[in-house]
Design a protein around this ligand. Structure first.
Ligand SMILES: Cc1cc2nc3c(=O)[nH]c(=O)nc-3n(C[C@H](O)[C@H](O)[C@H](O)COP(=O)(O)OP(=O)(O)OC[C@H]3O[C@@H](n4cnc5c(N)ncnc54)[C@H](O)[C@@H]3O)c2cc1C
Length: 386
C-alpha cells in the first residue's frame, strides 16, 4: 500500500497541470512545492502563442494583453515587422496563471504540501523524502524546474546546460500595445532581447543569453529609455533542449523544464510543458491501470517523436546564428527586408514551430541570398534537418 497513487514534485504550471489531469482521472494525487506562495517570484515573460487554446482554457482575467506581431530589429535598427490581422499571442499574468493552475488541481482533489522541499527522490523505491517525512506512491512526476537533482540522478553522464535569463518590469512612456519588440545583438547570442507591452505604460524588458548575468544586466540597462523606471527585477534559468536526456526511470518521470522540454530558439516552455503534462498523464493512467511501466517509456518515445525533428532544426538555426557578427545581422536583415521576407514570415511564421517557415525560405531561394553569411555547409545542415 502506498501513501498516494501519484506524487508530483513542483507546483509550477507543468506540475499543477499534470496533477490536475491525474486527479481528474480518479487518482489520489499529492503535490509538493518548496514555496508557500505559488508562482512567485515571477520568472517569465509570460508570452504564449494562441496555440495554448488547443490544450488550455486561459481565463480572460489572466491575459494582460493580446499581440498581433513582432518588430524585430538588427543591431543597426533595420526593422522586420511581422504581423497578422488577428491575435497571435497572449501576454499572461504569469503569477496568476500559476496560481490558477494550482487551484484547479486542488479543486480536482489534489492534496497540497506547500513549504515542503523534496530533498530526495528514491528512483528504486518510488519514494520521496522531505525534511520531516517520507512518502511513497506508484508514480512520481518531477516538475521541479530547470535545476533538478532527480534529472541529474537519471542522467549522471549529461552536463545540465542552461541559458541565463534576466527580466525587468519597467514603467515606460506610452507604447505600441500590438507588437512585441525583439532585438538581436552579437553579445546576446544565441538569445535575444524582448520588450513586451503589458499596459500602455508598463512592459517586460528581458533577455536570454549564454553570457554572464552582469553583462546581461548592463545590456538591459542600456536598452531602457531615459525616463523608464524599474519596478521589479528577476533572474532565471532556461534549460537547453537535449535529445539524449533520459526522462523516465522505473516509475519516476520528468516533465516540463526538469525534462528540458523547451523550444530552443525562443526559450518558451509553457506550451510544450502543457502538452507533455497531458501526454504524461495519459501514459501514467495506462501504467496505473495495467501495472506496466512500459507505458511510461511510451511517454518518453512519443515526446521524442513529436519534438525532436522541430527542436533539432531550431538548434541548427541557433548554431548558425551563434557565429554571426553584428555586421552579418545587419546585412541579413537588409537582404530579408529587400526580399519582403516579413510578408513570408507573417504568413508562415509560427512562434512554436519554425520548420514550415525555414522550408519556405529555402524553397524560395531566400536562404541562398544570405549565403555569404550562412555558408554552404551550414545551409546543407538545415536542409537535411527539415
Ligand atoms: C526570464 C524567463 C522568461 C521566460 N519567458 C517565457 C515565455 O514568455 N513563454 C514561455 O512559454 N516560457 C517562458 N519561460 C520558460 C517558462 O517559464 C518555463 O518553461 C516554465 O516555467 C516551466 O514550468 P515548470 O512547471 O516545468 O517549472 P517551474 O515553473 O520552474 O516550476 C517548478 C516548481 O518546482 C518547485 N520546486 C523546485 N525544486 C523543488 C523541490 N526540491 N521540492 C519542492 N518543490 C520544488 C519550484 O518552487 C517551482 O514552483 C521563461 C523563463 C524565464 C527564466
Amino acid at each position: 500500500m502506498t501513501d498516494y497513487d501519484v506524487i508530483v514534485v513542483g507546483a509550477g504550471p507543468v506540475g499543477s497541470t499534470y496533477a490536475y489531469h491525474m486527479a481528474n482521472k480518479g487518482y489520489d494525487v499529492a503535490i509538493f512545492d518548496m514555496k508557500n506562495r505559488i508562482g512567485e517570484p515571477l520568472q517569465c515573460a509570460g508570452i504564449v502563442s494562441t496555440n495554448i487554446n488547443l490544450t488550455e482554457q486561459v481565463p480572460e482575467e489572466i491575459i494582460y494583453n493580446k499581440v498581433k506581431g513582432a518588430k524585430i530589429y538588427s543591431p543597426n535598427k533595420t526593422l522586420l515587422h511581422v504581423k497578422k490581422d488577428e491575435t497571435v499571442a497572449y501576454v499572461l499574468d504569469r503569477v496568476y496563471y500559476d496560481k490558477h493552475l494550482f487551484q484547479r488541481a486542488l479543486d480536482a482533489g489534489v492534496t497540497p504540501y506547500l513549504s515542503s522541499r523534496v530533498l530526495d527522490v528514491d528512483l528504486e523505491n518510488t519514494k520521496i523524502k522531505t525534511v520531516d517525512n517520507t512518502y511513497t506512491s506508484r508514480i512520481i512526476a518531477v516538475a521541479s524546474g530547470p535545476v533538478s537533482s532527480t534529472s541529474k540522478k537519471m542522467n549522471p553522464e549529461l552536463k545540465d546546460e542552461t541559458f541565463t535569463a534576466i527580466q525587468y518590469t519597467v514603467s515606460t512612456k506610452k507604447q505600441d500595445m500590438e507588437n512585441v519588440i525583439l532585438e538581436v545583438h552579437n553579445e546576446l547570442l544565441p538569445g535575444f532581447l524582448w520588450k513586451i507591452p503589458l499596459t500602455d505604460t508598463k512592459q517586460r524588458l528581458g533577455l536570454f543569453t549564454d553570457g554572464a548575468y552582469k553583462d546581461a544586466d548592463n545590456i538591459l540597462l542600456d536598452a531602457m529609455n531615459d525616463d523608464d523606471e524599474i519596478i521589479e527585477k528577476h533572474t532565471g534559468l532556461i534549460p537547453k533542449y537535449n535529445k539524449d536526456k533520459r526522462i523516465v526511470y522505473n516509475n519516476t518521470i520528468l516533465i516540463g523544464d526538469s525534462a528540458s522540454q523547451i523550444k530552443p530558439t525562443t526559450g518558451g516552455g509553457l506550451i510544450v510543458g502543457s502538452n507533455m503534462a497531458r501526454l504524461a498523464s495519459e501514459k501514467s493512467d495506462l501504467m496505473l491501470k495495467e501495472n506496466d511501466n512500459k507505458y511510461l517509456l511510451d511517454y518518453e518515445n512519443e515526446y521524442h517523436k513529436r519534438y525532436d525533428h522541430e527542436f533539432k532544426a531550431q538548434q541548427n538555426v541557433q548554431g548558425i546564428i551563434r557565429e554571426l557578427s553584428d555586421d552579418d545581422f545587419n546585412y541579413m536583415f537588409e537582404q530579408l527586408q529587400e526580399h519582403n521576407v516579413d510578408r513570408i514570415i507573417s504568413e508562415y511564421g509560427d512562434m512554436d514551430t519554425q520548420t514550415p517557415l525555414l522550408k519556405q525560405l529555402l524553397k524560395r531561394g531566400i536562404m541562398f541570398k544570405l549565403l555569404p553569411k550562412i555558408g554552404v555547409r551550414r545551409l546543407k545542415n538545415i536542409w537535411k534537418s527539415l
